[in-house]
Write a protein that binds this ligand. Structure first.
Ligand code: FAD
Length: 441
């Protein structure tokens, strides 16, 4: 017999919306807490920036979204949608039918999704969760600040954390930075190139944001110096995608006279350091008496990136894995959580889950992966998705999806400037649309 639970979902971004749908479908009673005025999380663009552009002052005014104005998706839309509600182009004046659409189109897709599955009525907007912790008898107490500023609380059987992972900036440590006279900004607070006009910019990190932003700064900033750790440096330096950029190894130190010294001894004088150095997992409201910790960006211990063994199934996390296709993973993780809460799916014992986590950490160590890469999936993504699919009794992760993810990743690195408008995976593209034709909406 299936059990219906009262479940608090924290956050109404893509993760919260998808989990609200899966939990409701399973017959649970869902309340979604969202501190913003609308759904969409990351995809709600704001032209505003935070009061601390570096994003480290805990008392700064906060902006949730890290989107820049010109952002287009870095994944093709076929990989971005949930599996039974594909992200296909829709007609309408304000729609963007491109394969790698602008950020507004993703928000519209999420709004369509929420309307289609009746999720909005489950959401309490302008309601920020300030505390979530274990109560007596295995229940969860959730305290929140309401729209009118008052505080209130409610009791739930389970809490699903869907607060997103791209709002709390991780900043590079730079010897001498306290005395350096220049400006510092984190990419979380980058909106467009204009504030950098005519300036010498040192950009740290060359992942998705770093690539896009450096290209946008091209021809606007006076000089762009890209400092990155990876072995990509040499290859990228020869690609000449950005005419006024030079690639460097990481920064060794900075000095009071405004200079920046790179690890290869090269010295330049710079106006701005732009940190494109990623984000930290951050759950300021969560009280687990030390059972779940964030250590060097490892959230743990978590069984399969979702359940803390000692608190399962009452506490779970959606969307921690990165280098992955977010929404299909949200869907599978949510289906798992919903099924475990209703007792349709059994979890291993606490001891077995802990042993699994321990073995996983040992494997990472053998592979030389530092803790901050614990939730990185990359090539392991299809295996993870298939594990979830098998556990939930869902269809396996489609072969075209896997092949498209790999093909786009390779093509992107070789065609950074053009990959969004000119691609070569036509066969996979056709396979995707063949599958989408099953879902009419
Ligand atoms: P979010 O979208 O961040 O939503 C979290 C929600 O929780 C927010 O609405 C927030 O207001 C709310 N919240 C937080 N704390 C509280 C609280 N205490 N109480 C109440 N509410 C709270 N993915 C792709 O698939 N394709 C892309 O091309 C792509 N590009 C990206 C580009 C950038 C620059 C970034 C930052 C991310 C990109 N992503 C992309 C990843 C994207 O973040 C995910 O696709 C997805 O939108 C994440 O959804 P989420 O629900 O986990 O988090």
């Amino acid at each position: 017999m299936q059990h219906s639970r009262r479940v608090a979902v924290i956050g109404a971004g893509a993760g919260g919306l998808v989990s609200a749908r899966e939990l409701s479908r399973e017959g649970h009673h869902v309340v979604v807490f969202e501190r913003n005025t609308q759904i969409g999380g990351t995809w709600v663009y704001s032209p505003e920036i935070e009061s601390d552009p570096l994003g480290i002052d805990p008392n700064r005014t906060r902006i949730h979204s890290s989107l820049y104005k010109s952002l287009r998706t870095n994944l093709p839309r076929e990989l971005m949608g949930v599996r039974d509600y594909p992200f296909v182009p829709r007609e309408g004046e304000d729609r963007d039918p491109r394969r790698f659409p602008c950020h507004r189109e993703v928000l519209k897709y999420l709004e369509d999704f929420a309307n289609e599955f009746g999720i909005r009525k489950l959401v309490r907007f302008r309601t920020e969760v300030v505390f979530a912790g274990l109560e007596k008898l295995g229940k969860w107490r959730v305290e929140f600040r309401c729209e009118n500023g008052d505080f209130d609380y409610d009791i739930f059987d389970a809490v699903v954390v869907c607060v997103g992972n791209f709002s709390e900036p991780h900043v590079a440590e730079i010897p001498g930075i306290d005395g350096w006279p220049g400006e510092q900004v984190h990419s979380h607070n980058y909106r467009d190139a204009e504030p950098f006009r005519g300036k010498v910019v040192v950009l740290i990190g060359y992942s998705f944001s770093g690539m896009d932003i450096s290209e946008e700064l091209n021809g606007v900033a006076k000089e762009i110096h890209i400092a990155c750790r990876s072995a990509k440096t040499e290859l990228l330096g020869t690609q000449s995608i950005i005419s006024n950029a030079s690639f460097h190894p990481m920064i060794k130190s900075v000095c009071e006279d405004g200079t920046v010294v790179f690890q290869d001894g090269c010295v330049i004088s710079a106006d701005v350091i732009l940190h494109c150095t990623g984000y930290k997992y951050h759950f300021p409201f969560l009280e687990t008496n030390g059972i779940v910790t964030v250590d060097d960006n490892r959230v743990g211990p978590l069984y399969q990136h979702v359940f803390p063994p000692a608190l399962a199934p009452g506490l779970s996390f959606i969307g921690l894995p990165f280098k992955a296709v977010p929404l299909p993973i949200f869907e599978l993780q949510s289906n798992w959580i919903a099924g475990v809460l209703s007792k349709r799916i059994a979890l291993p014992s606490k001891e077995e889950m802990l042993a699994d986590v321990k073995a996983f950490y040992e494997d990472l160590e053998v592979l030389g992966k530092p803790k901050h890469r614990t939730h990185e999936l990359g090539d392991d993504m299809p295996v993870y998705c298939n594990w979830l699919a098998t556990t939930c009794g869902c269809p396996a992760f489609e072969e075209w999806r896997k092949q498209m993810y790999i093909a786009i990743g390779i093509y992107k690195m070789a065609n950074l400037k053009t990959y969004r408008d000119d691609w070569q995976d036509d066969k996979l593209f056709c396979q995707a649309y063949e599958e989408f034709s099953k879902y009419t909406y």
